[in-house]
Design a protein around this ligand. Structure first.
Ligand code: NI
Length: 200
């Protein structure tokens, strides 16, 4: 009789973790961009120098000539990040040969844990297209501010922490300027259709 409750403990913990993940993300705040979303002068984005998943320095200007799809998150994220990254990967797959015009960029807001190596392992699960970027706490703080991304650590009961963060995908033009943004509800078909429209 004693064995059953003990055997259930791992499952109870797992449920607590999953439920907790939903609550943290429920607190995500999307920047209120108002009605000037597609003006191209909304002041979103800016220069950065970060480190990619291969340990190479990458600057914003390195991506000129291609569209950047920029998403901020972290590899320990329990639910929303993986869903969004998978959605972005699906959308690009749907674009076929046009996919090369877009670079999906995942910027970690948890640089303490997201080393280049951790990002490399993590992003492998979403195909070969993603550029994962991390850097010093200061560098991440700066780039997040440029993109008006909110993030905040929350200590967990069992130790460690989660990071509450905005869940917006930014489309930056080949000139590096803000074009528009998406929320993950757009889905892979909707995202692919909108991206294809940008190339016409
Ligand atoms: Ni996340």
């Amino acid at each position: 009789m004693i064995r059953t409750p003990i055997a259930l403990v791992p499952y109870a913990l797992m449920l607590a973790v999953v439920a907790g993940g939903l609550i943290w993300h429920a607190g995500d705040r999307i920047p209120r961009l108002g009605s000037v979303v597609e003006s191209g002068t909304a002041g979103i984005g800016g220069p950065f120098t970060l480190v990619d998943q291969d340990g190479q320095a990458r600057r914003d200007v390195d991506f000129r000539g291609r569209y950047m799809l920029v998403y901020f998150g972290y590899s320990f994220c329990p639910d929303v990040c993986p869903t969004t990254l998978a959605m972005m990967a699906d959308a690009l797959d749907k674009l076929g040969t046009q996919a090369g015009r877009f670079v999906p960029v995942f910027i970690s807001i948890d640089p303490a844990r997201d080393t280049p190596r951790v990002l490399k392992d993590y992003l492998t699960g979403f195909g070969a297209r993603f550029v994962g970027l991390t850097g010093s706490e200061d560098a991440i703080k700066r780039v997040a501010k440029e993109y008006r991304v909110y993030y905040a650590k929350h200590p967990l009961d069992g130790g460690g922490y989660a990071v509450d963060h905005s869940g917006v995908i930014y489309l930056m033009g080949p000139d590096g300027r803000f074009v528009t943004y998406y929320e993950d509800q757009i889905g892979p078909d909707g995202l692919a259709a909108d991206l294809a429209r940008r190339l016409r």
